[in-house]
Structure formats: C-alpha cells, structure tokens
Design a protein around this ligand. Structure first.
Ligand code: COA
Length: 178
C-alpha cells in the first residue's frame, strides 16, 4: 500500500506534538530529548510557525487513518549565507516502524528538496549505532562526512555521531530503487 503523504501544515499542532512525543520517547537514537527541543506544545507551535515561513522548507507527514504516523523536516538554515543549506530530521511512530514508512517519507521529502530552488545541500546528524536510519540515508544518496567521537553522552555512556550530506541541486540520484 502506498502511504498518504501530506504537508505538515494540514495537521493540528497538538496531533503532531503527539507524534513527536512518541518518536522521541521511544528512541535512544536521537541526540536531543523532546524536552530540550520543545518543552511544551506552545514552543512546538511557535517553532512550526517559523519553519513554515522559511523559503524552501520541507515539512511532510505520512498519514494512516487520518493520523500522522511519520514526519520528515528539511529546515533551511536562517543565516543569509547559509540559506542554500538545510538540516534534515525525521521520525516514525514506534508502532509502525520497519514497514517502509521512513523510506517513503524520506524519498518524498528529498523530492521536494530537489524541486525547491532555494536548496542545494542537505545535512543531517545521526548516531553511528542507528542502523535503520543510516541504511535509509545511504540508500537515498547521503554520504558520511565525519565521525564525531563521543558526540552524545547519556549518563556515563558515550555514542558517536555521523555527519551526513547530500546535494539536492542536480538530478535525484537514489542509490537503489526503493
Ligand atoms: C529511523 C527511522 C526513521 C526508520 O524508519 P522506518 O519506517 O522504521 O524504516 P524503514 O521500514 O523504511 O526501514 C529502513 C531500513 O532499516 C532497516 N531496519 C528497520 N528496522 C531495523 C532494525 N531494528 N535493525 C536494523 N535494520 C532495521 C530496514 O530493513 C530498512 O532497510 P532495507 O530497506 O535496506 O531493508 C525510524 O526507525 C525512527 O523513527 N526511529 C526513531 C527516530 C530516529 O532515529 N530518527 C532518525 C534520527 S537521525
């Protein structure tokens, strides 16, 4: 079944906040916690308004039974000399992981990025032990630029990070057919 993919702006912030809470609380693979990023619904709502106003921003949601179950955000950087670059983040609700929805969301997001004249380069950070995410990113054409040793610390335990990049100003170059 091809999942329905819609613009994030079509969804209620409270429903999206529920999805983000699910993704963050069920994954050790994120370097930030939801509390770091969006301590409450009001801060989340404010951030969405900023995101939607950035030229070239991509914010998509995978929907099942009218509910948001996955998201991909490609957020252009604000600085005037960096606006051709953007940072990607994504997540899939824990109950529906491993069913290809992450791949579908990523592909749709990158297709939008290729179509956005403002965007040339997409970066992302991922933990080096987040195998499902790294597989997705490599298949979509991301390359690893750097291994950041001991980038994340949870209690006494460290994890390495990967800085990855893909160019979105040419033809889409999916490594393999999805
Ligand atoms: C990473 C994430 C977005 C992947 O989405 P998904 O819908 O579960 O992924 P898919 O079903 O499209 O599968 C992606 C790939 O990972 C593989 N995979 C899925 N679960 C896996 C697991 N537990 N271990 C190893 N590989 C796994 C799949 O087989 C697939 O690879 P393949 O197509 O080569 O077989 C999702 O797991 C998630 O939201 N995780 C928590 C948040 C997160 O880590 N976000 C990214 C931060 S940078």
């Amino acid at each position: 079944m091809t999942p329905a993919i819609r613009d994030m702006v079509d969804f209620q912030p409270a429903d999206l906040y529920g999805l983000f809470s699910d993704v963050y609380s069920s994954s050790q693979g994120m370097s930030e916690t939801l509390e770091d990023k969006f301590p409450d619904l009001a801060s989340f709502r404010k951030d969405l308004a900023v995101l939607y106003g950035l030229p070239g921003a991509v914010a998509l949601v995978v929907e099942i039974a009218q509910k948001p179950v996955a998201y991909v955000i490609i957020r252009p950087r604000k600085q005037s000399r960096l606006r051709h670059t953007a940072d990607l983040s994504m997540g899939v609700a824990h109950a529906v992981r491993g069913q290809g929805l992450g791949g579908a969301a990523l592909r749709a997001g990158l297709e939008r990025a290729f179509a956005a004249p403002e965007l040339e380069i997409v970066y992302l950070m991922v933990r080096s032990d987040n195998t499902p995410a790294i597989r997705l990113y490599e298949r979509a054409g991301f390359e690893t630029l750097a291994l950041l040793n001991r980038d994340t610390k949870i209690g006494d335990s460290y994890s390495d990070g990967l800085l990855m990049r893909t160019f979105v100003d040419g033809q889409p170059g999916w490594r393999t057919a999805w």
